[in-house]
Design a protein around this ligand. Structure first.
Ligand code: ADP
Ligand code: ADP
Ligand code: MG
Length: 448
């Protein structure tokens, strides 16, 4: 592995460049016209413009990215998260172009990328799944029958969905027709695939996911769980590990189920199996993310394992050196996603120039970001601008560190959700570990 082209931008591109530098691997950044002065463009050994701001013409542009890899003699492409990271066609084109796609094989991406097929596979190997439709729903009357059978409320989801989009809860038959059409439309627009499936809506669940590493020699290990129940509109805002929702017995069972899931799909690379945990501590497979995830740093803080480096080593064909019994879990870690948005204005994104900046630091604080003073956040991409991660011996210590880290943070020139994050981290029920996926809606937004 000589040179890696990073087909992404923002903090995750910077995160990957950092791992490469530490591994003595050369890096190539690709950037859109609006990202000429972005940090990833500046930090990489080489940088190539791949098109205009609009991501369909740049960060999603297969042809230009492959060409950039060829011109720069890059032998690998790291897709990061979002953009092309779960695009099986792109992974296939990489393979055909003799470029190693840093991720699982395109066949596995295709298999797990269809959330309904992924569930069927899990069911067949005995991993518990959320009860729901057998495969996709054909039409509204089909949907009515299935909903009647599993019982309301149900949830409609796009098979190709991601990023919290293409999901809707249905409480009664009346709501079904409207929501069916809405999800279909949204799925068509967002994912160019209008197939949908149905699940029982699990009441007040926790979202608990397991990080895995799988090499190309059949070794699979897990790096424990992450609790991502603090969500707004099915999108994660704060994540922590370990989860306060499960005990060691369930933790081990979930780890084993995740390994079984990875083996059943022939998975290689890093990946995450997402589960829902209900009030009675039953867990159900929800989906697999076949890529590096936003919240991977909390697992790194707790295990001391660099997941991106492991991902690169696996792509190079190396055998995993870490055995399950050698994975050590230390302390507690929390991540807050800092977004350039205004919580008082329905979380409207707030791009603009950063005129003043103070990022937090000190013992047990890590910041993954690509912003700097004078940087202009373009309006074109995701509004996440930084991740603040803390690590302490105990959960309370990690919380105290997060509280003071948020207090130290100053971002001038754009609106951010820092105060909103502060409200979460200081909320008594959050501190007690007493929350579920409806926490933000009920505890934070309802009090406004
Ligand atoms: P994670 O599971 O790592 O927390 P998120 O769901 O927050 O990931 O998504 C990370 C980024 O990828 C976000 O910018 C999100 O909008 C984007 N994303 C995730 N899945 C998809 C998808 N299927 N299609 C388009 N964008 C996606
Ligand atoms: P995405 O691909 O967008 O990440 P997921 O299928 O992972 O979509 O679901 C996103 C979130 O939606 C979950 O973390 C959970 O909070 C909620 N959710 C999904 N399915 C269910 C369900 N069956 N019951 C209750 N909540 C659900
Ligand atoms: Mg998900």
């Amino acid at each position: 592995m000589n040179k890696i082209l990073i087909a992404n931008r923002g903090e995750i591109a910077v995160r990957i460049i950092r791992a490469c530098k530490e591994m003595n691997i050369k890096t190539v950044a690709v950037y859109s016209e609006v990202d000429k002065d972005a940090l990833h463009t500046r930090l990489a050994d080489e940088a190539i413009c791949i098109g205009p701001a609009n991501s369909s013409k740049s960060y999603l542009n297969f042809k230009n990215i492959i060409e950039a890899a060829n011109i720069t003699d890059s032998d690998c492409i790291h897709p990061g998260f979002g953009f092309l990271s779960e695009n099986s066609q792109f992974a296939k084109i990489c393979e055909e172009s003799n470029i190693k796609f840093i991720g699982p094989s395109y066949k596995v991406i295709e298999l797990m990328g269809n959330k309904s097929n992924a569930k069927e596979l899990m069911k067949s190997v005995g991993v518990p799944v959320v009860p729901g439709s057998d495969g996709t729903i054909k039409n509204v009357s089909d949907a009515m029958k299935i909903a009647e059978k599993i019982g309301y409320p149900v949830i409609l989801k796009a098979v190709a969905g991601g990023g919290g989009k293409g999901i809707r809860i249905v409480n009664s038959p009346d709501e079904l027709v409207t929501n069916y059409n809405l999800v279909k439309q949204e799925a068509k627009i967002s994912f160019n695939n209008d197939e949908i499936y149905m699940e029982k809506f699990i009441q007040n669940p926790r979202h608990v996911e397991i990080q895995i590493l799988a090499d190309e020699h059949g070794n699979v290990i897990h790096l424990g769980e992450r609790d991502c129940s603090v969500q707004r509109r099915n999108q994660k805002i704060l994540e922590e590990t370990p989860s306060t929702a499960i005990d060691d017995k369930i933790r081990n069972k979930m780890g084993e189920a995740a390994i079984k899931a990875a083996k059943a799909s022939g998975y290689t690379s890093c990946g995450t199996i997402e589960f829902l945990v209900d009030k009675d501590k039953n867990f159900y497979f929800m989906e697999m993310n076949t890529r590096i995830q936003v919240e991977h740093p909390i697992t790194e803080m707790r295990t001391g394992i660099d997941i991106v480096k492991q991902q690169i080593k696996i792509a190079a064909g190396e055998e995993l050196k870490i055995k399950q019994k050698n994975v050590e879990f230390k302390g507690h870690s929390i991540e807050c996603r800092v977004n350039a948005e205004n919580p008082m204005k329905k979380f409207m994104p707030c791009p603009g120039t950063i005129t003043g900046l103070n990022l937090p630091g000190g013992n047990g604080v890590r910041v993954d970001t690509a912003i700097y003073e004078g940087y202009t956040i373009p309006p074109t991409y995701d509004s996440m601008i930084a991740k603040i991660i803390t690590h302490g011996d105990t959960r309370n210590e990690a919380i105290s560190k997060m509280k003071r880290a948020l207090e130290e943070t100053v971002i001038e020139g754009v609106d951010t959700n820092i105060d909103f994050l502060f409200e979460i981290i200081t909320n008594p029920n959050f501190i007690r570990g007493n929350f579920d996926t409806s926490f933000i809606e009920k505890e934070i937004l309802n009090n406004k």
